[in-house]
Design a protein around this ligand. Sequence first.
Ligand SMILES: *[C@@H]1O[C@H](CO)[C@@H](O)[C@H](O)[C@H]1NC(C)=O
Ligand SMILES: *[C@@H]1O[C@H](CO)[C@@H](O)[C@H](O)[C@H]1NC(C)=O
Length: 431
Amino acid sequence: MLLKFIFVLSLVLSVIVAYRSSHVSRRHYQQEFHQSSNIQLDGDDVIEIIKRYGYPVEGYTVVTEDGYLLQLFRIGSGIHNSEWDSDQNDSQKDIKNHNSQSDSSLKRPAVLLIPGIESSALDFVIGGPDQSLAFILADNGFDVFLGNVRGSRFGRTHKTLDPDHDPAFWRFCWEDIAVKDLPAIIDTIYSTARPEHLMYVGHMQGSTLFYIMASEKAEYRDRVHVMITLGPIAFLGNTKNLMLKLASEKKDLAGWITRNFGQNEFKPSKEAMEDGGMQDCLRSKDEIMCKHSFFLLNGYNSNQLNMTTVERLMKNMLKYTGTATKELLHYGQLVKSGRFTNMQGEDYNLQRINTPIILIYTTHDMASTVEDVDMLLRHLPGVYRAVKITELTNNLDLLFGNNVGDIVYKRLIAVLRSEWSSLICKSKSNL
Ligand SMILES: *[C@@H]1O[C@H](CO)[C@@H](O)[C@H](O)[C@H]1NC(C)=O
Ligand SMILES: *[C@@H]1O[C@H](CO)[C@@H](O)[C@H](O)[C@H]1NC(C)=O
């Protein structure tokens, strides 16, 4: 009995000591990290990266109705006063005041970030506090949630299916992600943070998923109060992406895709990579970029990419592709039809979306062309603003472009701030 007690006691003590020393060493490490110019990021974990920059991070597991386990990360508060505090205006003061008023019935706004195809939450942290959206939002007073969808690096677990051995794991398309993953993620945010307001930022396919959810799931339409699209993808009739165009020209699209990309997880053959333009890419660009299928779908035509950030990202991505072949099939259909439909060819009803939407896009995007963005603008009833970023060329620049903090995120925060103040006004007038 006594032995048992001593054992338990020493266990508890060692846990406490380990916890405290990990705290201490983390802080110590952080200092080293900031001082060192030659940073090696092989800790391939989003949580690890966030911690290394000294931000508080929490992780949740989201379980979807069909058994996928998705990791959701949260940066609950910032650590730097934003460099934009100097041009702080009333709406930002509102956010900060609300956060310090514990008796306030209004909470700080939560923001959910959803990445694009083949991507993960890594996209929003990889550039560090000055260049990555998650940190910039946290430092500006937002409660930041980083979502991951099924098939991605942080969504490769299922209650019963094994992604490496069960083809059934990969039998999903956008619609499943949109109507099952997003609602489960949103529910988790509401049950943990209980935010008064939730804003949503989607990059590329991350935006497509929102449009689908908002048009198909009436009960989730009012759970998101503002939606920001970085690089909108819905209509693809004018896409210049070679791989998507090629897919749309195939008579036996399904057969061609299976032969070149496998049946389950998206794994393009060497030939498919070459046909998709990666040979051109190799002539002009860094090998690390042109060998990864991520650029095959997202486009490689940027001259503005911050290669430090891209190389860090690729180091963390090489092992996984993280999407299902079926998704390419769906893309191919959209390019062919020029419409925004489900896989059965039925149009999504964008008129049902009542969330205020802000579209941020670039001028020479291969995947999401200006013509297709215009088409989307005509279909979405609630677009408040369309912000064309002329300094950048490609949708990936919106995440990894040089000076993206100044060029894009400053504007994005300004928009969120002003939407947030009008939400506060509305809530106040309801009291
Ligand atoms: C490129 O990204 C790195 C972080 O990945 C950052 O330190 C650097 O300032 C960025 N350069 C530009 C020009 O944005
Ligand atoms: C305050 O925010 C708005 C956007 O909501 C922006 O246009 C304006 O420039 C900001 N004010 C100042 C003083 O910077």
